[in-house]
Design a protein around this ligand. Structure first.
Ligand SMILES: [Zn+2]
Length: 387
């Protein structure tokens, strides 16, 4: 069985969502946050008959959770999407919601209000069908994914489920993996002295140069490692370096930021040790080489097995709708799927087609949004359906 989607409702909901500005204030200082769009979604879900709870995370920052209660004994499914968007610099029509050639334009249309519209329309389809599910279906629309993921970090404190679908854009492929990232600070310590006093000064900047030369070798070695089949190899880069105070003084301190992108299966102790090994090698060669490495931020990588039940349930729904099995994909970006997965919930990503994430022109393909709504509704039946 395939459930009917109210297409008019879906399109209007999506237009309304894009027309409500929800730029993340942590990224753009005049961004209004998620309060207004959250209120719209809470009202819409309550209108459909779901149990709705709004969690306030801070001024104008909210998560909204809608629960369609099952009759009991079935598996629960959580649909997750973020309400915040990035900024609108250079955009001609950031909040128009204009439709041309089956594309809906505006900031957040693909990332990810198209997905929110599809999730809400899928809930309406389940309600309209009057076929009670055995398990609960939860829709969690969250704040702050574009910055620190405070929204989903809060969701996993209050809710759990047997499986989750994060509806970030995937061109309707099943997103089964993405890389994680770690931010490090490496500091070399020297000794300040007048620029003429080579006998007293120890140059922290030149010592950081030695570290960078070794880091360059590690960077090349990472990409020789056997790549993860879905995400490719791990990688690193050195985005920021700061050292020294003035021209005629030996630099006493140099600080380097390193971003390391991690493959599924890599962990911070191992990655930290790779950087510590460079420091130990250089210190062994020269006792005046002094450096430390510190892990500043860590976001885990994400992966789910190809034969997980939630993968199967989505494959079944997607194949029935589109006539062929969906592609399994690794995604270039980090997502909230990693947080849900780390909380013990079997998670995949599945979202629409579009263009211009974080760019000056953004659109979502409306037919892929409709397909997504169908696949989500049918997956709810497959996974949490009547016993
Ligand atoms: Zn997104």
């Amino acid at each position: 069985m395939s459930l009917a989607i109210d297409e008019e409702f879906l399109t209007q909901t999506l237009i309304d969502l894009v027309q409500i500005d929800s730029r993340n204030p942590s990224l753009t200082p005049d961004g209004p946050g998620e309060a207004a769009v959250g209120k719209y979604i809470a009202n819409t879900l309550a209108g459909l008959g779901l149990d709705v709870v709004t969690h306030t995370l801070g001024p104008d920052r909210v998560n909204v959770v809608g629960i369609l209660r099952g009759t009991g004994g079935g598996r629960s499914l959580l649909l997750n999407g973020h309400m915040d968007t990035v900024g609108v610099e250079g955009m001609a029509e950031p909040f128009s919601g204009t439709i041309r050639d089956s594309r809906l334009y505006g900031r957040g249309s693909q990332d990810m209000k198209g997905s929110l519209g599809a999730m809400i329309a899928a809930m309406k389809a389940l309600v309209d069908a009057k076929t009670p599910l055995a398990g609960d279906v939860m829709i969690t629309v969250v704040a702050d994914e574009e910055y620190l993921s405070d929204g989903t970090a809060d969701i996993v404190k209050h809710y759990t489920a047997d499986a989750a679908i994060v509806t970030e854009p995937t061109d309707l492929a099943i997103g089964r993996a993405h890389r994680g990232f770690m931010w490090y600070e490496v500091e070399t310590t020297g000794r300040a002295a007048h620029g003429s006093r080579y006998d007293e000064g120890i140059d922290a900047n030149i010592r950081m140069g030695r570290f960078l030369a070794e880091l360059d070798k590690l960077e090349q070695a990472l990409r020789q490692r056997s790549p993860h089949p879905l995400t490719g190899p791990p990688s690193l880069h050195a985005p920021i370096i700061k050292g020294g105070t003035e021209t005629s003084t030996y630099s006493a301190r140099c600080v380097l930021q390193v971003e390391r992108r991690t493959s599924p299966g890599e962990s911070s102790p191992q990655v930290t040790q790779e950087l510590q090994d460079i420091i130990d090698k250089l210190a062994g060669e020269d006792p005046t080489f002094k450096a430390t490495v510190r892990l500043v931020t860590e976001r885990p990588p994400f992966e789910i097995e190809a034969d997980a039940d939630i993968v199967r349930a989505v494959e079944m729904a997607s194949t029935r709708l589109l006539g062929e099995a969906p592609r399994h994909a690794g995604l270039p970006f980090w997502s909230d799927a990693a947080l849900l997965s780390a909380a013990g919930i079997d998670t995949i990503l599945l979202g629409p087609t579009g263009h211009g994430l974080h760019a000056a022109e953004e659109w979502v393909d409306l037919s892929s949004v409709l397909d997504l709504a169908h696949i989500l509704a049918d997956t709810c039946i497959n996974f949490s359906g009547p016993r």
